[in-house]
Ligand binder design. Structure first.
Ligand code: NCD
Ligand code: ZN
Length: 352
C-alpha cells in the first residue's frame, strides 16, 4: 500500500554546482532528492568559488535553472567582507551561512566577523551557522546580543545541543537541525568506514548520539547535509569531509519509526512543517510523495542517483520505498526513474 506525504524539504544540501560537478551537479543532486522523497532542497554556498557575491549567486541560479528536477533555493555565504552585497541578494536567498569551524571550502570566520555579520544582516531570513562545540557559545552570545533569528546546522553532540536548549529556554530566536549520520552512526563506525565516515562535525560517541535522540523535541529540523565527494577523493591521502544523505534520510527514519524511536508526526514536523516555517518556504498542495512503507531493504551503494555513487549507511536497514513524486500535479519521478526534463524544477524564493 502506498502512503502519501507532502513533498519533504531538506534544508541543508551541497549540490556542488557550479565548480565541482565531478562530485554532483544540479541534475544528479535534485534527482537524488526526488529519489529520496524530497521536492525542495536548500543549497549551501561553499562552492569551489564561494557564493559571496550577487554575480556568483546569479551564475549559480542560471546553472540550476538549466538542470534541476525538483525545487531548489539557495543560501548566501559571507566572510564579513561582502556586506555591500546583502541588499542585492537578500530577496533571492533563504538565509546567510557562516562557518565558525574549519570544513570543506575556505569559509572560516572568527567571533569579530560573526558580530559584524549579525549587525549587518537586517533581513527576515535566518542566519545559519556551522558552529561546533568550541564555537557554539559565540553564536548563542550573538543571538542574545542582536536578537537575529539563527539556525544552528548539524548539531552532533551534547556539548552542542545543551547550550541551544538553554538558549531556547531563555526565549532566544534559535533553531537547530541534526543530521541522519549523527543519529544513526557513531565514532565506532569510523573503524570500518574510514574516510567515508568522516564529515564535519565528526561522528561522536554513543552517549552523544543517545543525548540527541533523548532531546529530539528540541531539534527543529532533520537535514541531510548531503555533501558528496567522489570515491577517488575519499580514497586519496587528503580525503575531504562530507557524506551524501539525500536518498537515505527517510528510509532510516521510517525504520526508526518501526523500532519505536521516533513518531510519524516528528518525521513530518522536522522534515516538512518546521523547514517550511523557519525558512518561509512556499509549498504547494499538489506536491506529494507516495511511499511504500511495507518495503524494507538493505541500503546499498547500488542504484543511487547521487553522482558520487556511495553511502556511509551501506549495509544498514531502510524502510519505505519512494514510488512516485508529484510536483504541482505532475508525476516527476516513478519507480526509480526521473520523468522530468532537466530544468523543470523551480527556483524558489522566500515568501517573507
Ligand atoms: C560539507 C561539504 O563537504 O561541503 N562537509 C561536511 O563534512 N559536512 C561542508 C559542511 O557542511 O561543513
Ligand atoms: Zn553542510
Amino acid at each position: 500500500m502506498l502512503t502519501q506525504f507532502p513533498g519533504f524539504i531538506d534544508v541543508h544540501v551541497h549540490l556542488r554546482d557550479p565548480g565541482q560537478t565531478q562530485k554532483e551537479d544540479f541534475f544528479t543532486g535534485t534527482a537524488a532528492a526526488l529519489a529520496g522523497g524530497f521536492t525542495t532542497v536548500l543549497d549551501m554556498p561553499n562552492n569551489a568559488v564561494p557564493v559571496t557575491t550577487a554575480e556568483r549567486l546569479a551564475e549559480k541560479i542560471a546553472s540550476a535553472k538549466a538542470k534541476t528536477v525538483c525545487d531548489i533555493g539557495f543560501y548566501f555565504g559571507s566572510l564579513g567582507d561582502n556586506i555591500d552585497q546583502f541588499p542585492l541578494i537578500h530577496d533571492k536567498v533563504f538565509g546567510i551561512k557562516l562557518y565558525l569551524n574549519h570544513t570543506t571550502g575556505n569559509f572560516l570566520i572568527n567571533g569579530d566577523i560573526l558580530d559584524k555579520v549579525f549587525r549587518a544582516w537586517v533581513y527576515p531570513q535566518p542566519i545559519l551557522t556551522h558552529s561546533e562545540e568550541d564555537t557554539i557559545g559565540d553564536v548563542v552570545k550573538a543571538v542574545r546580543a542582536y536578537g537575529k533569528r539563527t539556525h544552528v546546522c548539524h548539531v552532533s553532540s551534547k556539548k552542542e545541543l545543551e547550550p541551544i536548549i538553554q538558549a531556547k529556554e531563555e526565549g532566544l530566536p534559535i533553531t537547530c537541525g541534526v543530521c541522519p549520520h549523527h543519529l544513526f552512526l557513531t565514532e565506532d563506525d569510523v573503524a570500518h568506514l574510514g574516510s567515508y565516515g568522516r564529515m564535519k562535525p565528526s561522528l561522536k560517541s554513543k552517549a552523544d548520539q543517545d543525548f540527541l535522540w533523548e532531546h529530539l523535541r528540541y531539534v527543529d529540523t532533520i537535514e541531510s547535509d548531503h555533501a558528496p565527494h567522489t570515491k577517488e577523493e575519499k580514497d586519496s591521502d587528503t580525503p575531504p569531509f562530507g557524506v551524501p544523505g539525500l536518498e537515505t534520510t527517510l528510509p532510516l527514519l521510517f525504520m526508526a519509526e518501526k523500532e519505536g524511536r521516533i513518531g510519524r508526526e516528528d518525521i513530518l514536523t522536522k522534515l516538512y512543517d518546521n523547514p517550511k516555517r523557519i525558512f518561509s518556504l512556499p509549498t504547494d498542495p499538489d506536491t506529494k510523495v507516495e511511499i511504500d512503507l511495507d518495503e524494507e531493504f538493505e541500503i546499498t551503494n547500488e542504484g543511487l542517483h547521487t553522482k558520487c555513487g556511495w553511502t556511509p549507511f551501506a549495509g544498514m536497514k531502510g524502510k519505505g520505498r519512494v514510488k512516485r513524486v508529484i510536483l504541482r500535479g505532475k508525476t516527476v519521478f516513478e519507480n526509480g526513474n526521473v520523468l522530468m526534463e532537466a530544468g523543470s524544477g523551480r527556483i524558489v524564493r522566500c515568501r517573507s
